[in-house]
Design a protein around this ligand. Structure first.
Ligand SMILES: *Cc1c(COP(=O)(O)O)cnc(C)c1O
Length: 389
């Protein structure tokens, strides 16, 4: 048999972040340790019933069994446009400025193919969701990392980007509310971002997957609300986190028409759109009763308060976030992300994610996902209390 060699683009992939943790988790499980996994950002609660019921109904209609339209059903795109109108008082054109995605990860991975030529620079947050970097590399682009530092409230510092890099940059990914740091950006920041992007002619892509997870009377602004945002970029959105629909694979992009069109051209040649029954369920999510979203916010806020108290008792430095379902904790001196994660797992059975897995600036931090019920978090806290750092 001849040797099968993977393409270079696959050979540059970093080792899978969770593989080592998974191995240790299995070891602990085999020893009979009860594992409490706060590692993965996947909502633990089911999709709300009214959305499931809409899917059940839609799937029985054979009209949905055919190939969908490439850019998403008109009704879905209109529901998205109306959502922007109601939530953010923004007026978007459902035909030119909105495109359905098979989950936002799909859009993030594909968009560099539309705009990045081999060798082009793409500005990427560090720490950050790994797909920004991987999508860029797959297109032959060169990632340039923008460190997100605690002293800058985990926002990129545009003045620290060398002018020659900014001039070469074709695109920039940002992600607010942010995974993994749980930081949010203000409209003032988005305004600064628009000005920077205009000056250097950079396409801006804000990943807003966590925009609806906010607490304590705070409400996240949208990048698209900043004056001029529609000239420089798009927002990438998802139903995954807002409606506990990670498995369903549905999201959208909204913003500058040429950017939307470029991504649509790539997708037309790769996929055939989102199953229409899922789009109909997505319309139900967006137009239906939003009580489920309000309840989800209260639930994550309660979970957040339980876990933060325990982490602070242990000596970790954690700000109380008003967005996302993550806690981003700074470790005491003497600990690395990796050795803390291992110690926590081996001595308490609690799984967190090492911050350096999201990029070099994540070193010295760990991320906890609030994706377990409150009683499990209380159990985690009671075990963490016995830990000696
Ligand atoms: C969860 C998540 C998404 C959502 O991904 P989908 O593909 O829409 O399920 C996007 N971006 C970030 C940063 C996330 O954490």
């Amino acid at each position: 048999m001849f040797k099968i060699e993977q393409a270079q683009r696959l050979q540059v992939l970093p080792p899978y972040l969770f593989a080592e943790i998974d191995r240790k988790k299995e070891e602990c499980r085999a020893k009979g340790i009860d594992i409490i996994s706060l590692g993965i950002g996947d909502p633990d609660r089911p999709t709300p019933d009214h959305i499931i019921n809409r899917l059940g109904q839609a799937v029985k209609n054979s009209v949905t069994h055919r190939y969908p339209t490439y850019n998403g059903m008109k009704d879905f795109r209109q529901a998205v446009a109306d959502w922007y109108g109601n939530r953010l008082q923004l007026n978007l054109d459902p035909d030119e400025e909105i495109l359905a995605l098979i989950g936002s990860k799909e859009g993030i991975a594909h968009i560099p193919l539309a705009f990045v030529n081999p060798g082009d620079t793409v500005l990427i947050p560090d720490p950050g969701y790994p797909v920004y970097k991987i999508g860029t590399s797959f297109a032959g682009g060169v990632p340039y990392f923008m460190p997100l530092l605690e002293e800058n409230e985990f926002l990129p510092d545009f003045s620290a980007i060398p002018a020659d890099i900014a001039k070469k940059a074709k695109m920039m990914f940002v992600n607010y509310p942010n995974n993994p740091t749980a930081a949010d950006a203000s409209l003032d920041f988005y305004q600064e971002l628009v000005e920077f992007a205009r000056e250097y002619e950079i396409i801006v892509l804000n990943d807003a997957a966590y925009s609806e997870i906010y607490f304590d009377g705070y409400e996240t602004p949208s990048f698209l609300q900043a004056p001029g945002a529609l000239e420089v970029g798009i927002e990438i959105q998802s139903l995954s986190k807002t409606y506990n629909m990670t498995g369903w694979r549905i999201g959208w992009v909204a913003g500058r028409a040429e950017v939307v069109r470029g991504l649509a051209s790539v997708k037309e040649n790769i996929d055939s759109g989102v199953f229409e029954a899922i789009q109909l369920a997505g319309i139900e999510a967006l137009r239906g009763d939003q009580t489920c979203v309000e309840e989800m916010r209260k639930m994550y806020a309660r979970r957040r308060d339980v876990l933060i108290a325990g982490l602070r008792d242990l000596g970790l430095s954690v700000k109380t976030p008003h967005t996302t379902f993550y806690l981003w904790a700074r470790l005491p001196d003497g600990y690395t992300s990796a050795n803390f994660t291992t110690k926590l797992l081996e001595e308490t059975g609690v799984v967190c994610t090492p911050g350096n897995g999201f990029g070099p600036s994540g070193e010295g931090y760990v991320r906890f996902a609030l994706t377990q019920e409150e009683d499990r978090l209380e159990e985690a806290v009671s075990r963490i209390k016995k830990l000696q750092l």
